[in-house]
Ligand binder design. Structure first.
Ligand SMILES: Cc1cc2nc3c(=O)[nH]c(=O)nc-3n(C[C@H](O)[C@H](O)[C@H](O)COP(=O)(O)OP(=O)(O)OC[C@H]3O[C@@H](n4cnc5c(N)ncnc54)[C@H](O)[C@@H]3O)c2cc1C
Length: 474
C-alpha cells in the first residue's frame, strides 16, 4: 500500500521522547502498524511512538493533552475491533515495554505492558507458575487484563483481574501513578474491566499460581448429532467436575485435523478443547462425566506441558486474516442452543482455505470466576457460566459481504439466550446501549462514567468501546 499521499502530522512531537517514532514511509512503520484483524489493515496511523519507559509515555500523553488530541493505545494489537492502529492517529505502542519480573518468594509476577501472553507464560513457567489469562499466545496481556481476562484457568483461579495486585499507569493528563487496593482504589476498581478508557497501563503485577509444567490437554471430537445430548447434560457434569478441568466447545466444519478421517472433513462437528491442570493420574476421573455424555469420534487428549496446552487455540485464530466476532454470556447450555449452533454452522459460508472460516465456541466459565463479588471490579461476570462466541475468519476483502453477515444473523439466533451483561473484550462493539448494559448494574455503570469524567474528561482514550460516546448517545 502506498503511503506517499499521507499528510505528515504531529511534526512537533517532542524530540525528548527516547523511543522509536514511526511515520508512513519509515522502514519499521509497516511492521509496527500490523494488527491481528486485517479488516482494518487499510488504516494508516499518522505517528506511532514506542515508549522505552514510563517517562516516554508521560511525554506522549503531555503532548496529546497540550494539543487536545485523542491517543490510540496499542498493546498486542489483538483487539477484536482492531482499534489499535487507527487512520491518522497518534498511537502509543507499548511494543518495547517487555520486562517480566517474578518474585519466587511471593509468586508475584510483574510485567511491562507490551508483554504478550506467550512471553508471560514462558517466563512464569520457568518458576512453575502461571498468571490466569487468555488462550492465544499473541494476545497483549495488558489489553486483556484491562477488560477482565478469561481463559483455561478461569474456573480455578477466576478472571485475570481477580489476580491483579496493582497497576502502574499514565493518566490522560500525563501523570504517572499507581492504582491498587491501597492507592487510587476507585480507579483500580475501574481499571479492572474498563481500563482501556481510563489510562495507559505501563506495568501490571499479578498473583501467580503453581500450575504445570505437566498438564493434560487436547481435543475430543464428537459428532454434531451428539451436540444436543452433550449440551443438555454438560451443566450438571461441569458442576461436579474439578475446577482444574476446563472445556471449550467449538462447533465448526471439520478442518483437516490429524486423527480425523477424510470423510468427516467439511462436515459439522463438535470439538471439546480440554485442559486439565490437576494431576495426570486424576484426569480419567475428571473427564469421565463429559465423555459419559456421548462417544467421541476421536480423542486426542494427552499429557502435555502447560505451554503446549495454552497455545492449542493459536492454530484456530492465526494472525493475518480478516475477522468478525460477536459474543456474550450464557447462564447455561442446553440442547436447543446446540441445535441452533449446528444449524448455523451447517449453513455457514464454506472455508476457502484449510483454515476454519466460521466457528461458534462455548468456553466454560463459572467456578472461581463466580466466587468473586460482582461489585469487586468493573468487569462483569454475574451469571456467566459459559461464554458464547460467534466468529468468522476469512482472507479476502471481497468476501466481507459473505462472512460478516453470517455472524450477525447467527448471534441474533441466540438473542434470547444471551445475558445483558457481557465480556467487552471478546466481542465486537455492539453499540452504546449494549455497552451501558455490559458492565452489569446501573450502579456499576454510574461508577465507570464518574471515573471517566474524573480521569479522562476530554476523552483522550477514545479508540475503544467508548464510555463517553455511550453516555452522549443515551
Ligand atoms: C484471537 C484472539 C483471542 C483472544 N482470546 C482471549 C482469551 O482467551 N481471553 C480473553 O480474556 N480475551 C481474549 N481475547 C480478547 C483480548 O483480551 C482483547 O482483544 C484485548 O483487548 C487484546 O489486547 P491487545 O493489547 O492484544 O490488543 P490491542 O488491539 O493492542 O488493544 C486492545 C484495546 O486495549 C487497549 N490497550 C492495550 N494496551 C493497553 C494499555 N497498556 N493500557 C491501556 N489500554 C490498552 C487498546 O487501546 C485497545 O482499546 C482474544 C482476542 C483475539 C483477537
Amino acid at each position: 500500500m502506498s503511503t506517499d499521499t499521507i499528510p505528515i502530522r504531529f511534526t512537533d512531537f517532542p524530540p525528548t521522547f527516547r523511543g522509536p517514532t514511526l511515520r508512513p514511509g519509515d522502514h519499521d512503520y509497516p511492521e509496527a502498524r500490523q494488527i491481528w484483524n486485517m479488516r482494518r489493515d487499510d488504516e494508516l496511523p499518522a505517528l506511532i511512538v514506542q515508549p522505552l519507559d514510563v517517562d516516554d509515555v508521560v511525554t506522549a500523553m503531555k503532548y496529546a493533552a497540550s494539543h487536545n488530541i485523542p491517543v490510540a493505545v496499542c498493546g498486542g494489537g489483538h483487539g477484536i475491533d482492531g482499534n489499535a492502529m487507527p487512520e491518522g492517529a497518534l498511537v502509543v505502542d507499548t511494543a518495547k515495554l517487555q520486562d517480566v519480573t517474578i518474585d519466587p518468594s511471593t509468586n508475584r509476577v510483574t510485567i511491562q505492558s507490551g508483554v504478550k501472553l506467550g512471553r508471560m507464560d514462558a517466563a512464569t513457567q520457568e518458576y512453575g507458575l502461571i498468571v490466569p489469562a487468555g488462550v492465544v499466545s499473541d494476545t497483549g496481556a495488558a489489553g486483556l487484563t484491562l477488560g477482565g481476562g478469561i481463559g483455561h484457568n478461569a474456573r480455578r483461579f477466576g478472571a485475570t483481574v481477580d489476580n491483579l495486585i496493582s497497576i502502574e499507569l499514565v493518566t490522560a493528563d500525563g501523570s504517572a501513578i499507581t492504582a491498587s487496593a491501597d492507592s487510587n482504589a476507585e480507579l483500580f476498581w475501574g481499571m479492572k474491566g474498563a481500563g482501556h478508557n481510563l489510562g495507559i497501563a505501563t506495568s501490571l503485577t499479578y498473583q501467580g499460581h503453581e500450575v504445570g509444567p505437566k498438564v493434560v490437554s487436547g481435543l475430543i471430537i464428537f459428532s454434531a448429532d451428539d451436540a444436543p445430548r452433550i449440551f443438555d447434560g454438560i451443566d450438571s457434569v461441569m458442576a461436579d467436575a474439578p475446577r482444574s478441568l476446563s472445556c471449550n466447545f467449538l462447533v465448526l466444519l471439520a478442518p483437516p485435523l490429524p486423527g480425523l478421517p477424510d470423510f468427516i472433513v467439511g462436515t459439522p462437528i463438535l470439538v471439546a478443547l480440554v485442559v486439565y491442570t490437576g494431576s495426570v493420574e486424576s484426569y480419567p476421573a475428571a473427564i469421565s462425566g463429559l465423555i459419559g455424555l456421548a462417544s467421541p469420534m476421536a480423542d486426542m487428549v494427552a499429557p502435555s506441558t502447560w505451554l503446549e496446552a495454552n497455545s492449542i487455540v493459536d492454530a484456530f485464530e492465526p494472525p493475518g486474516r480478516r475477522q468478525y466476532m460477536v459474543g456474550g454470556y450464557l447462564s447455561g447450555l442446553n440442547g436447543d442452543i446446540a441445535r441452533k449452533a449446528v444449524a448455523a454452522i451447517t449453513n455457514s459460508p464454506r472455508p476457502k482455505s484449510p483454515l476454519p472460516s466460521c466457528l461458534i465456541t462455548f468456553p466454560v466459565l463459572g467456578g472461581a470466576l463466580l466466587d468473586a463479588d460482582e461489585d469487586s471490579a468493573a468487569f462483569s461476570r454475574i451469571g456467566a457460566q459459559w461464554l458464547l462466541e460467534v466468529a468468522s475468519e476469512w482472507d479476502d476483502g471481497s468476501d466481507d459481504s459473505e462472512y460478516s453477515p453470517w455472524v450477525d444473523v447467527t448471534i441474533a439466533e441466540f438473542s434470547t439466550d444471551l445475558a445483558t451483561n457481557a465480556y467487552t473484550n471478546l466481542t465486537a462493539d455492539r453499540g452504546p446501549e449494549w455497552l451501558r448494559g455490559a458492565y452489569g448494574s446501573q450502579d456499576k455503570w454510574d461508577r465507570i462514567v464518574e471515573l471517566k469524567r474524573v480521569w479522562d474528561p476530554n476523552n483522550r482514550f477514545a479508540y475503544n468501546k467508548n464510555v463517553t460516546r455511550a453516555v452522549e448517545s443515551a
